[in-house]
Design a protein around this ligand. Structure first.
Ligand SMILES: C[S@@+](CC[C@H](N)C(=O)[O-])C[C@H]1O[C@@H](n2cnc3c(N)ncnc32)[C@H](O)[C@@H]1O
Length: 469
């Protein structure tokens, strides 16, 4: 079960369309109207309505409780989905509008209620034109923004005085750097409740979904419902800083870490990737690196920590030019071939590196790569400074991780999937976040000694014991 970008796995489907299961829509609608039942003349907005799951849920709720159905507007870009929504909810007082909810010229008026499951489309899924337009129009369109953030901003803007909004989105907005402005915006309202719902709430899609209730009124206390069922009342920081420690406080209490097995016990190696002392020379894109270096085998695939998270995996399109043999020994100067010709062109710059000043050979890296250990074996990679900690499989075994990446090599290759699933689980994440050193912006620092101490499930240790026997 891994982190999942809804859009990416949807193949042919419309931008960010993952329908909300009816039970979840019912639960959210009950939350929307809890202690604030709809009255005559109220208005409700369904942004990114898809097939109209929330329209149907509001209809059920109002019928069961004998409330008037508010006057509604349901917006979606997709005519096919809207047609289905109309067909299924045709007799409700809802105007179905085929429109871009994020368009500059939208004219909806104000709403007493907003409810929905906005599209989750990361910046990589947007065109250049969309990125520029959104950055111009939305204060939350910062850094690596995502469409759901803009849906929050526009919807909050359309909320009438005293209005309520309930959205289900990924939980990431609580702590990432990119969502700082969104957190600042949200806390200008009353974030009434945050519920971390089970990871398997969207059948077939593993996410970390969160239901957020925002009320357009003053208020400082937020009810937090965690995945383990514990409930707390907290005060969220209002300056845009991460909510992680506030929202998750005590999360580790929910788990039993006492397995007697650690990640260090079930791995061959947990180390930081390689430093060349001059990545601007040694690392080049596959398209630009001189062909002869590739032909003579001087290049290997590589990734930095930043690329790992941007690309959602180790496939960066870059190669590293490597003067070491398969055992990690530096190749002698008279055997360097095309590498020697290439390095000679950059000799002055290579000689100016601190490692050469300290006595290293002029074309060597800062350290010898343990090639026998890292090349040709499947491994797990993680960015060194991150929020949240995220782990990626490197299944081809042909990627040389760079200095901003930690690599984890399972003792038993068969454990890789189980380990990866565990490392990306809320349980491992809670432990890492509680125990990691903090870097800038409250990011977490992954370190070998930290990772080695992470408790892992006994079953993984059992595999190890069987292997040893
Ligand atoms: C995650 S789906 C949720 C669908 C529905 N609300 C539900 O819960 O079943 C998000 C919806 O947003 C729509 N969408 C994406 N971008 C949009 C935009 N710019 N304006 C309006 N709708 C959009 C998609 O077509 C999709 O139906």
């Amino acid at each position: 079960m891994f982190k999942y970008y809804w859009r990416v796995s949807l193949g042919q489907e419309m931008k960010g369309h993952v329908p909300t299961p009816p039970e979840l829509a019912d639960e959210m609608v009950a939350e929307l109207f809890a202690e604030h039942p709809p009255a005559d003349g109220d208005r409700i907005l369904f942004p990114g309505t898809g097939k109209g799951r929330f329209v149907a849920a509001v209809e059920r709720y109002c019928a069961e409780n004998d409330y008037p159905f508010p006057e509604g507007a349901a917006v979606d870009l997709d005519p096919g989905l809207l047609a289905e929504a109309r067909e299924q909810n045709g007799d409700t007082a809802v105007e179905f509008r085929e429109e871009d909810f994020l368009a500059a010229d939208c004219d909806y008026g104000q709403f007493d209620y907003v409810v929905g499951n906005p599209p989750y489309v990361p910046i990589e899924g947007l065109s250049e034109e969309e990125k520029t337009r959104y950055k111009h129009e939305f204060r939350t369109a910062e850094q690596r923004f995502d469409l759901y953030m803009l849906f929050f901003e526009r919807s909050l803007d359309l909320l009438a005085d005293g209005g309520r909004l309930v959205f289900i989105t990924p939980e990431k907005f609580e702590y990432t750097h990119t969502t700082e402005e969104l957190r600042r915006l949200m806390t200008q309202y009353h974030v009434e409740r945050i519920e971390h719902v089970p990871e398997d709430s969207f059948a077939g899609h593993v996410t970390y979904p969160t239901i957020t209730t925002i009320h357009d009124r003053d208020g400082e206390e937020t009810r937090v419902v965690r995945r383990d069922g514990t409930v707390d009342t907290v005060e969220l920081p209002r300056d845009g800083s991460s909510w992680a420690s506030t929202v998750r406080a005590g999360d580790t209490d929910a788990y039993d870490y006492d397995t007697g097995v650690t990640l260090g016990d079930v791995t061959k190696r947990i180390s930081c990737g390689l430093a060349t002392g001059r990545d601007s020379l040694y690392v080049q894109s596959e398209e630009e690196v001189p062909e002869q270096l590739v032909e003579e085998g001087w290049t290997y695939h590589t990734t930095s920590g930043k690329q790992l998270s941007v690309n959602d995996g180790p496939d960066s399109g870059d190669v590293i030019i490597c003067p070491y043999d398969g055992h990690g020994n530096l190749v002698a100067e008279d055997e360097l071939g095309a590498f020697g010709d290439w390095a000679e062109l950059h000799r002055e710059e290579l000689e100016s590196r601190s490692c050469v000043e300290k006595g290293k050979v002029w074309y060597s890296w800062h350290e010898n790569p343990p090639m026998a250990d890292i090349y040709g074996v499947e491994k797990i990679l993680a960015k060194d400074v991150c929020d949240p900690p995220e782990f990626y499989a490197e299944r081809d075994g042909n990627v040389i991780p760079r200095h901003s990446v930690y690599y984890i090599i399972p003792e038993n290759p068969d454990d890789l999937d189980a380990l990866l699933e565990y490392l990306n689980s809320p349980k491992a994440r809670a432990w890492l976040e509680a125990n990691a050193q903090k870097a800038h912006n409250d990011y977490y620092r992954m370190q070998s000694k930290l990772l080695k101490k992470l408790p892992v499930p006994e079953e993984i240790g059992e595999t190890k014991q069987t292997t040893l026997v």
